[in-house]
Design a binder for this molecule. Structure first.
Ligand code: LER
Ligand code: MN
Length: 269
């Protein structure tokens, strides 16, 4: 049995595949009612008081927070780690440290996905931009290490970013940062676009695999597209993976139905 989670957000997000957007209370209640073990929470500014309410509701529901998604700092607020402006990078690092503090009591994983932003402009500057991201992630990992928080590097498909599209590239980035508490977040929706083989990519991540997003090929609930989740679950088992499988999916046909479909699929694996 895998541990199960579903992705919700503490506030409005410019990012589609989240359940119960604008209604995190209903999201927490539905997760508990449907028998999920956890929720993962999209966090824009960790200083916002709503996070305390979310934490309290999660505890009261008998759930835990499995992960913290951080992409909203880039998508909503344009804080990019590739920015030449050191003040912007410092603001982002502050936010990520705040998110680590929120994650720490749960031992939740901090996701470094969409928050990477993009390599912009002249290709000749891309090396410098990438170095800024390496440096920022290293600083965040150093802050997170003594707090028992892992950072998960999520490969994201080429239509959303040009910085780390595949599991192989995530492993290279992790080696470059050189921190022990960095793992790979494998998202089957992105892998379906980028990888030669989904099973092969999971095996390639090996013991660096730290978290899994199970979304189908169309980003609907697992089982509503053409990814073979039975095969992937068998691969995860054979690897001794003991982390979460989490539904980061479009709220279609509606959030409740999508959450039900995902947990039914997870239980069948
Ligand atoms: C986030 O987990 C994700 O999968 C990305 O699509 C965010 O940009
Ligand atoms: Mn994802």
């Amino acid at each position: 049995m895998f541990r199960t989670s579903m992705a919700i957000t503490a506030g409005p997000a410019k990012f589609g595949p989240l359940l119960f957007p604008g209604e995190w209370e209903r999201g927490v209640a539905a997760a508990a009612e449907l028998g999920y073990d956890a929720v993962e929470v999209g966090v824009r500014d960790p200083a916002l008081p709503v996070l305390r309410d979310v934490a309290g509701a999660v505890r009261a529901a008998g759930l835990v927070v499995s992960g913290i998604a951080t992409g909203q700092s880039y998508y909503n607020d344009g804080l990019s780690p590739t920015s030449p402006d050191a003040a912007i990078r410092a603001r982002l690092l502050d936010r990520l440290k705040g998110a680590v503090d929120f994650a720490a009591p749960w031992g939740a994983t901090l996701f470094i996905g969409g928050v990477r932003g993009r390599l912009e402009g002249d290709a000749a500057t891309h090396g410098t931009q990438r170095s800024r991201v390496v440096e920022l992630v290293r600083a965040c990992a150093e802050y997170a290490q003594p707090r028992g928080v892992r950072l998960a590097i999520e490969p994201i498909n080429r239509y959303e970013t040009n910085l780390i599209n595949s599991v192989g590239e995530a492993l290279e980035f992790i080696a470059e940062v050189g921190a022990e508490n960095l793992v790979v977040l494998a998202d089957t929706f992105h892998m379906n676009i980028e990888e030669v083989s989904l099973a092969g990519a999971l095996r390639q991540a090996g013991d660096k695999l730290g978290y899994v997003h199970f979304a189908d090929s169309n980003r609907h609930a697992a089982g509503r597209g053409h990814i073979d989740f039975g095969e992937l679950a068998a691969v995860l088992r054979s690897m001794g993976y003991s982390g979460y499988i989490s539904a980061e999916i479009l709220p279609l046909p509606d959030s409740r139905t999508a959450a039900e479909l995902a947990i039914a699929c997870f239980r069948s694996l």
